[in-house]
Design a protein around this ligand. Structure first.
Ligand code: HEM
Length: 430
């Protein structure tokens, strides 16, 4: 369950299976919260921000981000209301296609990125806004590059790859544009800030920055603000939108499951109102399908690597300082011991005999322990509200029929990215 390998000069320990991953990340949590100097992430964040930092610096940014995500609303709209509104925009946009087959990748990226925009900038953008489209392109380009062979090579041989010509330079130039856009938005926020009524994540951060301006060791400074916002975009958009895209493929492949979800939605939400998070409790089948989609898709199979900041004693062995640690989420999500049919798509994994929702401790697509995904609740909210809004409004199919859908990923390395299909959305009601 614990393997040691070498990636170039770098020692890597791989944690395999539920027991090893849980024991490390949850039971022995504090030792395993370190993040290494991952070359790609270091390059795009310039070494600042939540996802790359360690120790007290990380703890402060993490606590602040979790709190701000949880308390979001701050007198204005709450996060689920932003998502509902975005869901309505998404449905309207798809309706305007009039049943013509389309690739959902673009609409889904817009909707999901807009949720992060609402959170950090306090505003959404039109799907045709030029700045917004550039921002989407930068995010998309960064993750496709990271999932490519060159991206992986960059993580092992950064100096060599900086020197060689190639795609990495375009990817970095695009991230630089995204950085500039974020900096411009921060400037706008500084000019219009009312400390008594923060509008969004940036305002909350600026308030904290000003409260701590005389503290020489504070983590609430400008560079951490820019890079943490960048982290939220890079970690929070492609992951969520690819999961929704994958969900649509699954539901087209298994029309009976799609129909059963629609029946549950019709019974609980009905035709006239938008879904709310309260509804989820009364929708065990939908909840089970969503959990199974994330298990089966296994979007980040190796998580984001952790790092030994000091020698760690684990199961009687020493993991030396500076070892990269990979919690192999893939091995947990597909572990024979933990799932009845690990290699089949089977929502029954999350249902008991009475049809009630039943969780499984090995369901950890967001990783586990103290360093697990900071956006988990937000992502779960998005997956539920977007998919229920879509299935309430449309039945999804594709021209090649259910058997033409292949659920194996198109790319598989840092991320498992789903294949692209032109799909048909047939309105269910006039
Ligand atoms: C389906 C959607 C998502 C999946 C599957 C996912 C998965 C993950 C995973 C596996 C990690 C690594 C955890 C670890 O190091 O142990 C992570 C970290 C992170 N995620 Fe997510 N994520 C998703 C959505 C989001 C969203 C919506 C946001 C925020 C807007 C977000 C922000 C982050 C950040 C900032 C980190 C770094 C946390 C840290 O280093 O403390 N993610 N995510």
């Amino acid at each position: 369950p614990v393997l040691t390998v070498y990636l170039g000069p770098q020692r890597v320990v791989v944690l395999v299976g539920y027991e090893a991953v849980k024991e490390a990340l949850v039971d022995q949590g504090d030792d395993f919260t370190g993040r290494g100097p991952l070359p790609f992430l270091m390059r795009v964040t310039k070494g600042y921000g939540l996802a790359i930092s360690n120790g007290e610096r990380w703890r402060q940014l993490r606590r602040f981000t979790l709190m701000t995500l949880r308390d979001f609303g701050m007198g204005r709209k709450k996060m689920d209301e932003w998502i509902q509104e975005e869901g309505n925009n998404l449905v309207a946009r798809i309706k305007s296609n009039n049943g013509v087959p389309f690739d959902p990748i673009y609409y889904l990226s817009c909707s999901v990125s807009n949720v992060v925009c609402c959170l950090v900038f306090g505003e959404r953008f039109s799907y045709d806004d030029k700045d917004f489209l550039l921002l989407l392109q930068a995010i998309n380009n960064t993750l496709s590059f990271l999932s490519s062979v060159r991206g992986q090579l960059y993580n092992v041989f950064p100096r060599l790859m900086e020197w060689l010509p190639g795609q990495q330079h375009t990817a970095f130039a695009r991230v630089e544009k995204l950085r500039e856009f974020i900096m411009m938005k921060i400037k706008e926020h500084q000019d219009t800030l009312d400390p008594a009524s923060p509008r969004d994540y940036i305002d909350c951060f600026l308030n904290r920055l000003s409260q701590e301006k005389h503290n020489p060791t504070t983590e609430f400074h400008y560079d951490n603000l820019v890079s943490t916002v960048l982290n939220l975009f890079l970690a929070g958009t492609e992951t969520t939108s690819s999961t929704i895209r994958y969900a649509l493929s699954v539901l087209i492949k298994y029309p009976k499951i799609q129909e059963a979800m629609q029946q549950e939605i019709d019974g609980v939400v009905g035709q006239t109102r938008s879904p709310t998070m309260e509804d989820r409790k009364s929708m065990p089948f939908t909840d089970a399908v969503l959990h199974e989609i994330q298990r089966f898709m296994d979007i980040v199979p190796m998580s984001i690597p952790h790092y030994a900041l000091k020698d760690i004693i684990f199961r009687g062995f020493t993991i030396p300082k500076k070892t990269l640690i990979i919690p192999l989420l893939h091995s947990v999500l597909k572990e024979e011991k933990m799932w009845d049919t690990p290699w089949s798509f089977n929502p029954q994994h999350f249902l008991d005999e009475d049809g009630k929702f039943k969780n499984n401790p090995a369901s950890i697509p967001f990783s586990a322990g103290k360093r697990s995904c900071v956006g988990e609740s937000l992502a779960r909210m998005e997956l539920f509200l977007f998919l229920v809004s879509l299935l309430k409004a449309f039945t999804f199919s594709c021209t090649g029929g259910p058997d033409s859908i292949e659920l194996k990923p198109e790319y598989s390395s840092f991320a498992n990215l789903p294949r692209r299909y032109d799909i048909i959305a047939t309105p269910r009601w006039e």
